[in-house]
Design a protein around this ligand. Structure first.
Ligand SMILES: Nc1ncnc2c1ncn2[C@@H]1O[C@H](COP(=O)(O)OP(=O)(O)OP(=O)(O)O)[C@@H](O)[C@H]1O
Length: 351
């Protein structure tokens, strides 16, 4: 990972934006290093698109400052127009001009350059992205993956310092999405482009970027690597964004959360006897036909392919435990043994 503070391509200092009574951004501060690939995630309405729009300069901020390569572009007494910010944008729907060919779409982003230089650059980027053979086609003659690449070529042609991508792969079906994403990100890494990519998909965020920025209600909840956010979430919102945990009520005593299904060692800044909630990953509970630390009744089963998801009713717990298992239980199996792996657990003070 590239240390963010060393060579900042972008700095947000206490950036705020309201729409009427809605606080879309609430004092956001963030530093992004040159060449870093950032995944911006968070539930719908948390302010991701607003943040991209403020950085691009297609909207103004109410307070704070935005600096690109050390130069202020938005602030109390300055506003640099979007076309002067050297920022590229790839939208979810690609926003290619339907009446222009791929090459003309790319040339549109290069207007203002001498004709020969623009044509040379357009060919260079078509070649880089591997879509030379598509240059004479109109957008409706392209597949989803090809449109995505054409939109990327158009955004990269003017050699932006920063590329902003708003859900750039969400229109592609699953198989194609993984391939196009991997290709796109490895190209962007080769070019050393600084990227901020918005995604709804937690798995995509964990695997794609150098750093994840998790937002909630206009603020940043946590930033860090995929491992940081997945394994060491700072609060229940961060934890639940990346995993559908089982939540088991308990009490914190002598460094353990005591629950109806056992005692689990956990570090918590909590007084003795305080209520705490144990968070258990569904894949951290193993199932067997006999034995186990405790037993439960299988209520339902959903076949997910590699694993089966069981809902298991356990004495003392209000909610059934969700368990992901590779074990193939016979149809009609009722009673199972369960073991919780301590590494799959987190705990937070009870809400
Ligand atoms: N032009 C606007 N006028 C009024 N409210 C707005 C405007 N733009 C955004 N908002 C509000 O600001 C908040 C943040 O919106 P934003 O689009 O940034 O969220 P988001 O995280 O990108 O959501 P999604 O994942 O659904 O795209 C929301 O409550 C939204 O309704």
């Amino acid at each position: 990972m590239i240390p963010a503070a060393e060579d900042p391509a972008l700095e947000l200092r206490n950036v705020s934006r309201r729409f009427g009574k809605t606080v879309a951004l609430d004092g956001v501060s963030l530093t992004i290093g040159a060449g870093e690939i950032i995944c911006l995630v968070g539930r719908s309405g948390c302010g991701k698109s607003t943040l991209l729009r403020m950085i691009a300069g297609v909207d103004t901020i109410d307070a704070g400052r935005i600096l690109l390569n050390g130069d202020e572009v938005s602030g109390p007494s300055i506003f640099v127009e979007p076309e002067d910010r050297k920022i590229g944008f790839v939208f979810q729907d690609y926003a290619l001009f339907p009446h222009l060919t791929v090459e003309q779409n790319i040339l549109f982003g290069l207007r203002g350059r001498p004709k020969k230089a623009a044509a040379y650059r357009a060919n260079e980027i078509l070649d880089h992205i591997g879509i030379e053979h598509l240059k004479a086609r109109y957008p409706h003659m392209l597949s989803g993956g090809e449109q995505q690449r054409a939109a990327l070529a158009r955004a990269l042609a003017p050699q932006p310092d920063i590329l902003l991508m708003d859900e750039p792969f969400s229109n592609l079906d699953r198989g194609l999405r993984d391939r196009v994403r991997d290709e796109t990100l490895s190209l962007l890494r080769r070019l050393g482009t600084t990227v901020i990519m918005v995604t709804h998909d937690p798995e995509e965020a964990l695997s794609a970027g150098d750093r994840i920025v998790l937002m909630r209600s206009g603020g940043i909840v946590q930033t860090g690597s995929g491992y940081d956010l997945h394994d060491r979430p700072v609060n229940p919102y961060a934890a639940e964004f990346f995993c559908a945990f089982n939540k088991v009520p308990g009490v914190f005593r002598e460094g353990h959360v005591e629950t109806a299904i056992g005692r689990f060692a956990q570090r918590l800044e909590l007084g003795e006897g305080s209520p705490a909630t144990l968070y258990i990953r569904p894949q951290g509970i193993s199932v067997s036909r006999g034995g186990g630390q405790f037993r439960g009744h299988v209520q339902s089963r959903v076949f997910l392919g590699d694993v089966e998801q069981l809902a298991v009713k356990v004495d003392g717990l209000e909610q059934p435990l969700l368990v992901k298992t590779m074990l193939r239980l016979e149809a009609g199996t009722d009673l199972v043994g369960l073991v919780v792996s301590p590494e799959s657990c987190l705990a937070f003070p009870a809400a």
